[in-house]
Design a protein around this ligand. Sequence first.
Ligand SMILES: Cc1cc2nc3c(=O)[nH]c(=O)nc-3n(C[C@H](O)[C@H](O)[C@H](O)COP(=O)(O)O)c2cc1C
Ligand code: SF4
Length: 754
Amino acid sequence: MEIPGYEPFYLETLADLRAEITRLGLSIPVSDSTDSLFQPRQIAGRTLPNGFCAQPIASRHHQNLADGGFSLIWYAEPTTPLPPSRDRIQIAQLAPPCPEELDDDAVESQLDALVESAKSATLAGFDGVDISCHRGTLAQKLLAAHQRPGRFGGSLENRMRFLLEALRRIREANPDTILAVRLNAFHACAGGFGVDSEDFRKPDLTEPLALTRALEAAGVSILNPAINHPNLRGPERQNHPLSDSESPHDHPLVALQRLIRLSEDLAKATPGLSVIAGGFGWLRDFAPHVAAALLESGPFAMAGFGRGALAFPSGASFRKWPRELVCIDCGACNALEATKNSVGCVIRDGATYGPIYQGMRRTEEDVLREGLSRCHFCEAAPCVSADPLRTPIPEMIAAWLKGDPETARQILFSANPLPGLASRLSPAWMEAEGACIETSLGGVSVPILDLQASIAWEALQSGKAGLAISEKANGRSVAIIGSGPAGLGAAAFLLEKGYAVQLHEKSQVLGGMPSRVIPSRRAGPIDLEIQALLDPALKANRLSVFLENEILPGPGFENLRRSVDAVLVCAGVWREPTLGGRGNAILGALEFLESFKSGNRTSVPDRVAILAGGDCAMESARLSRESGASQVYVIFEGERSALHWHMPESWFATPGVHAMMEWEPLRYERDPGGELRGLHLRHSTLGTSALMEIDMVIEAMGLDPDPRWDFQTSQPESQGIYFAGGILNGGTSVASCLAEGRAAAAKIHADLFP
Ligand SMILES: Cc1cc2nc3c(=O)[nH]c(=O)nc-3n(C[C@H](O)[C@H](O)[C@H](O)COP(=O)(O)O)c2cc1C
Ligand code: SF4
């Protein structure tokens, strides 16, 4: 797969690098030896063993950086620091984003909040805090607020007030905290801080110098400068929205020299500040040679490595960096950050971040276009027949490929009210993608679900994911019991036909099983999708939502039935078979998953058995493994081929995972106090019995509807009572439930308007 914006490196030796610097007319120093990086450095009144600073990047690798020898670790956020050590300084960056408009009172409250965050960071064990004036923070925006009225805009004194006041109050509250500032000293855009008033492409250090002197006087000890590059604009900026070190128009060495020169000027003017040199990512394995040269000859206190440290956290232990271990300046980590994924090096830690990156790239235009161009636009397309919602898939693909995403959106949403959710949770191989002829021809389907996910996401972002409700009400009303996919599919159909709809939900949230039980990493922003879908109906007063309102057969149900023209029961399947004696160590899979999703449970004991067979077994097994179980036993009485399992087979090869097929769970063994000790099992082919010691059991053998609805399922629809979704089908895919809810709603419509 292509990495957008990646350019291969072309310099082989330090001599090549020096020649290239000369060719470009630059004067970046390069040292053969990296020794100066490994000598002790004085910084903020402390002596650190080396000159390696890990620049702030919101990753989870601080322990690796410490183990790798980085002596100044700059956290991108105030998470829990590592234990204190004489040999390292840990700085927490405080970088609250800037809201759109803030009056002076609101700025004052932000100031209070910042000072509080600094106190918490110090209490948590950080040696110091950084008030970031970089990447769109409030402090940065105020520095450039020339036109702003009030106490925080206009004159430089006013514009610096927020930052200096925050520093003063933090120092007052805790005189020992190291104060640091990450400063964008050349924010190369019109009206940016540190730019020439006539031409923002040129730096003007007058104000940055005045500011850094004020910082020095305010007791700041560490300055970590950054800049933007003026040529990194337009479409390129979207590919590298967060980069501060490379530019597709400027040669990366030109950009590096610009940052070095500006940082040098600031450092020379403020000898009381320890200034960090940085921006070495593009240099690959040559990075420490330039960094060492700057520490030898320049006014810098330490050398900061951003992606260099992310890719190669052991870098501070290596005098020569092996090229095969270092950052290749591909920008994939930036892309992960920009899309709010967890950040790490996709190239050097591919096992962890590769799948996340692939997931992100799959819905990007170039990758989608490549995959969709394999569509054969089949007659009687098999993908359409296999899609429970019968989405006109070839037409949707054709419109999108033709550059008409609006028509593609309309085609998709007219068939599927929740395409984002359906694309994430549908079993692709069993539905449209499995039936795609490319799956048979080449083994890889046309990316139908990725296209759906992309269209759904765009629609959500642009406010076009709502129902198109009819202007006129049709005078009829329907109550829907249960707001899972079936209930929502029915509600969408009825609202578009002009009905007044009541949605009765027994829990606190709409969305049923996907909202309550399925982990967010799979279910995605389901709450936002449902809210966007229903919003037009709520605003038009066509929809009434009743949360925490369980309706069961009985007088309440009878009253409801009399108050509307029809009732549709989509109560789902929420009962799980049990071997008996549920408690703390024996849980149903639904309550287990729900307790994690709500945050009430975060860990599991060492040995967990999953009694498998139903849909929730896989989620429970994966969650147990991720949440502390060293041994997970998936126990199923049938053969492997009969087990309903959506994850790749390779998961069973994970150390500590045991697939125990053909073992029938019989009963629990307890100690005299009633605590769980083990599980009695019998092998269904061999007839052997065994007692297995276990700490926790999750019962995920299947799901049944609430038996109290049983007598109702046989009631004739002529009485205005209808059923749909899991209560009838026992629980199937999201797309099936949406389709069945829609079909039941269509039946109601046909009965009420024959
Ligand atoms: C994915 C990513 C996230 C970053 N996040 C932050 C941040 O939160 N705060 C910050 O001050 N700089 C941040 N940076 C900038 C880095 O600290 C560093 O200045 C930049 O990567 C340039 O240095 P390099 O060439 O050594 O990578 C981030 C950079 C990357 C690649
Ligand atoms: S740190 Fe890794 S993902 Fe980021 S630019 Fe470097 S090689 Fe690419």
